[in-house]
Ligand binder design. Structure first.
Ligand SMILES: *Cc1c(COP(=O)(O)O)cnc(C)c1O
Length: 425
């Protein structure tokens, strides 16, 4: 077969882009070389509908071994009793949990998208807001913290069947115990979507949801630093069937309901090459090196938040417990959109983000979301954070100054040369 030089040239350009820039998108990271290598293997050729030991295709004995390793390691990382590593993405993981326990039209209660929640937590443009009846809690206007009292008020009044906690743009830890107590008053399920902070939860740097939440979903490519994908986990609760009945009236185990919801409920064949890569990333997470990485992420985020605050920036909730922060730019007279566009010209990547009670649209926004998982993987530490904030501040203060942008880009590019990315490639 003739080589597709066109696409390999594009891939090479993307590698160079990743090497030269400062990556501050909170949901991005750089996987290890072995994680990427596994994704480019013969495992992609295998159909394996079903689960290890019970597949619908022959010849699955070998992929069974890597999927089982992925499951076992995922359980070990979080001290979980159940793991399903097949969801193709975080969105799929959430869809499967909802399919397993809800009927169309059932009420779900999640964090409002404009306050840091995720599309799959009931947004009107998403299946979760179309198939189910969404209700939302938010954060407090002054403190920027989740309003658990409001969550309780809505839950007691509306009796949702599922309460979703977790967020895409919330820098504080969650009170899972409180949420479970609210859910228990009305017999609701709790799903913690830890797509963002999973890596820090894995290392005990943030509260663990496993003791209190019936379901835990996550992506594998954000702080967990694995291949792009999702996963569903359960703690002890999975042994309890919660009285969920099949049409024939049998009570089903929760683990079997979730397995069935993933396949054949929302997916066909699992991506065994990605599952092998997930297993490798889980192996890496179990090392001391990753523990040090998770701690460094938290230290970097705190150092960065301090550097921003020292320069008069307003961080929603006043700081961060995890790996990200949301910066309200309204006192700096620039929109999130303009900031994003300016930074990208200087090879600094962030994303514009609505802030709570934003008066601008999702396309413009008053804020930016900044995260440290990727730069921490590159090897940056607390000492480097003030320099990054200095560049960002210069760009914000003089966003139309093209010669400034060019000079910052030069400084950024030479700075990042100290932190080689994929030197083997
Ligand atoms: C990123 C994210 C997801 C979705 O992950 P995808 O893999 O992009 O589908 C789900 N929930 C939360 C809270 C997220 O931040």
């Amino acid at each position: 077969m003739q080589r597709d030089q066109q696409i390999f040239d594009i891939i090479r350009q993307e590698l160079e882009r990743q090497r030269h820039g400062i990556e501050l998108i909170a949901s991005e990271n750089f996987t290890s070389l072995q994680v990427m290598q596994a994704m480019g293997t013969v495992m992609t050729n295998k159909y394996a509908e079903g689960y290890p030991g019970r597949r619908y295709y022959g010849g699955c004995e070998i992929v069974d071994q890597s999927e089982q390793l992925a499951i076992d390691r995922a359980k070990q990382i979080f001290g979980a009793a159940y793991a399903n590593v097949q969801p193709h993405s975080g969105a799929q993981a959430n869809a499967a949990v909802m399919l397993a326990i809800l009927q169309p039209g059932d009420k779900i209660l999640g964090l409002d998208l404009s306050m840091g929640g995720h599309l799959t937590h009931g947004a009107s443009v998403n299946y979760s807001g179309k198939l189910y009846q969404p209700l939302f809690y938010g954060v407090n206007r002054e403190s920027g913290l989740v309003e658990y009292d409001k969550m309780e008020e809505i839950a007691v009044k509306e009796k949702p069947k599922l309460i979703v906690c977790g967020a895409s743009a919330y820098s504080r830890d969650w009170d899972y115990k409180r949420i479970r107590a609210i859910a228990d008053q009305i017999g609701a399920f709790v799903m913690a979507d830890i797509a963002h902070p999973a890596g820090m939860i894995a290392k005990g740097l943030l509260n663990s949801p496993f003791e209190h939440c019936h379901f835990v979903t996550t992506t594998t490519h954000k702080t967990l630093r694995g291949p792009r994908g999702g996963m569903i986990l359960m703690g002890k609760d999975f042994e309890n069937p919660f009285g969920l009945k099949t049409p024939k009236g049998e009570i089903r185990m929760m683990s079997s309901l979730i397995d069935t919801a993933v396949f054949p409920g929302i997916q066909g064949g699992p991506l065994e090459h990605v599952i092998a890569a997930k297993a490798i990333s889980f192996f890496e997470i179990l090392t001391d090196e990753y523990t040090a990485y998770a701690r460094q992420m938290q230290q970097n985020a705190q150092a960065m938040a301090k550097a921003f605050t020292d320069k008069g920036y307003q961080i929603v909730s006043g700081g961060t417990d995890n790996h990200l922060m949301l910066i309200d730019l309204r006192n700096k007279n620039i929109s999130g959109k303009k900031a994003e566009q300016t930074f990208v010209k200087a090879d600094i990547t962030i994303n514009k983000n609505m802030v709570p009670f934003d008066d601008k649209s999702a396309f413009v926004t008053s804020g930016i979301r900044v995260g440290v998982p990727a730069i921490t993987t590159r090897g940056l530490t607390e000492t480097h954070m003030p320099q990054i904030v200095e560049w960002i501040d210069q760009l914000i203060m003089d966003a139309d100054n093209e010669s400034l942008i060019t000079s910052v880009r030069g400084e950024v590019n030479s700075f990042m040369q100290q932190f080689p990315l994929y030197p083997e490639l």
